[in-house]
Design a protein around this ligand. Structure first.
Ligand SMILES: Cc1ncc(COP(=O)(O)O)c(C=O)c1O
Length: 378
């Protein structure tokens, strides 16, 4: 059976975990600080704040951006449910825009119809690594004084052409970007997340809030020759990343350029090999370079997603359905969200499947996937 995904972990990561264990400092310490600095350098960000996962990164991003109860945040339903949930956690209402059918990203044409006096922010998603149209969305938001938060959970290493230069997502091009280090992502720490920010005051507040809003971090108190007593001026959270996870993340960050290169070649091969089939591929606009976290294909119209997935499984190939839609879940009853027609979002969930794609997927395995797909084609 060819799995849908396998993370790339090796002896280097195993060895790296021994550093914090031997040092005795195993959470929110020097490894986390080094990981933040190296990650900021990689994406070109001024500020990076490591946290326990991307879901809490999104929650913190909304809090430091001033989004609160009664506000509205424009986003997409067609995303992992964590995106919409983060808006609900701060008491705000998600306002769902539909997606472009070929990139699976927020359709900027929808924004004018969804904005209201309650709108505080736009939470965009770079879906499965494909950059969304920030070139249109950011100026639209700036004109209206709205914050732009980027859910870059899947997009580490993806690039966008910005004012004529290729730049990594996460600089950020909006106000805050949030990354996930779940094992399904290109860079994994088991679980983990990172915010990158422009505003240093927002970054400082995120650093305090992730650790119960403690006024002086324990790293500072431990290295001080004076006794320092901390205080807790607001209600914070435990969103810490451990030093063991950060040590793994630092090795993963070094691996990332090789992984990105390999993904590009694998996707090119798949597209060439399956060029004669009626499948359609996620479109990469000329100003975008995806990290190809996942390989998404749309099935020919009228074909059953369930049947395709079963036939692939019978042929020894795992696949997954397209990205979910939050508004179709029981957790999102009428009244809990507002939005446009979400026809393209629903079609993408029902008509798209994800195919195996990971670093050590061999040429033979890719050929087996291609043959299984061809045998399913009408
Ligand atoms: C688009 C998107 N946002 C947020 C998340 C949540 O990330 P995490 O599992 O690190 O909390 C995911 C996870 O898959 C995701 O795909």
């Amino acid at each position: 059976m060819i799995p849908i995904y396998r993370p790339w972990l090796g002896e280097e990561e195993a060895e790296a975990t021994q550093r914090p264990i031997r040092s005795g400092w195993i959470t929110q310490g020097p490894e986390v600080a080094a990981f933040e600095a190296e990650f900021a350098d990689f994406v070109g960000a001024a500020q990076a704040v490591a946290v326990a996962n991307c879901t809490v990164a999104l929650q913190l991003a909304l809090i430091v951006a001033g989004v609160s109860r009664g506000d509205e945040v424009i986003t997409v339903s067609h995303s992992y449910i964590a995106t919409a949930n983060s808006i609900r956690y701060v008491g705000a209402t998600p306002v769902f825009a539909d997606i472009e059918p070929d990139t699976f990203n927020l359709d900027p044409d929808q924004l004018d119809g969804l904005v209201s006096p309650l709108t505080q922010a736009v939470l965009v998603v770079h879906q499965i690594g494909m950059p969304c149209d920030l070139g249109r969305i950011v100026p639209w938001a700036r004109q209206r004084g709205l914050v732009v938060i980027e859910d870059a959970a899947c997009a580490v290493g993806s690039e966008i052409c910005w004012h004529g230069h290729w730049e990594k997502l996460g600089k950020p091009h909006g106000d805050i970007a949030c990354f996930s280090f779940h094992p399904r992502k290109l860079l994994t720490t088991g679980d983990g997340g990172m915010l990158t920010l422009v505003n240093p005051d927002w970054a400082d507040r995120a650093r305090r809030l992730r650790q119960h809003a403690m006024s002086v971090p324990d790293t500072v108190r431990h290295s001080s020759a004076q006794v320092i007593q901390e205080s807790y001026p607001e209600v914070g959270y435990n969103f810490r990343l451990t030093d063991i996870q950060a040590a793994v993340g630092r090795v993963q960050l070094e691996r990332l350029p090789r992984l990105l290169q390999r993904r590009q070649l694998q996707v090119e091969w798949y597209r060439e090999r399956l060029a004669g089939t009626p499948l359609s591929w996620q479109r990469q606009p000329p100003w975008a370079r995806s990290n190809w976290q996942s390989l998404a294909v749309r099935l020919p119209q009228g074909q059953s997603q369930q049947d395709w997935m079963q036939r692939l499984l019978d042929g020894g190939v795992s696949s997954r359905r397209g990205i979910m839609c939050a508004h179709r879940e029981a957790a999102y009853p009428p009244g809990s969200w507002r939005g446009a027609s979400l026809l393209e979002s629903e079609r993408a969930q029902d008509e798209v499947i994800l195919l195996p794609l990971f670093h050590d997927l061999s040429q033979d395995q890719m050929e087996k996937v291609a043959e299984a797909i061809i045998s399913c084609c009408p």
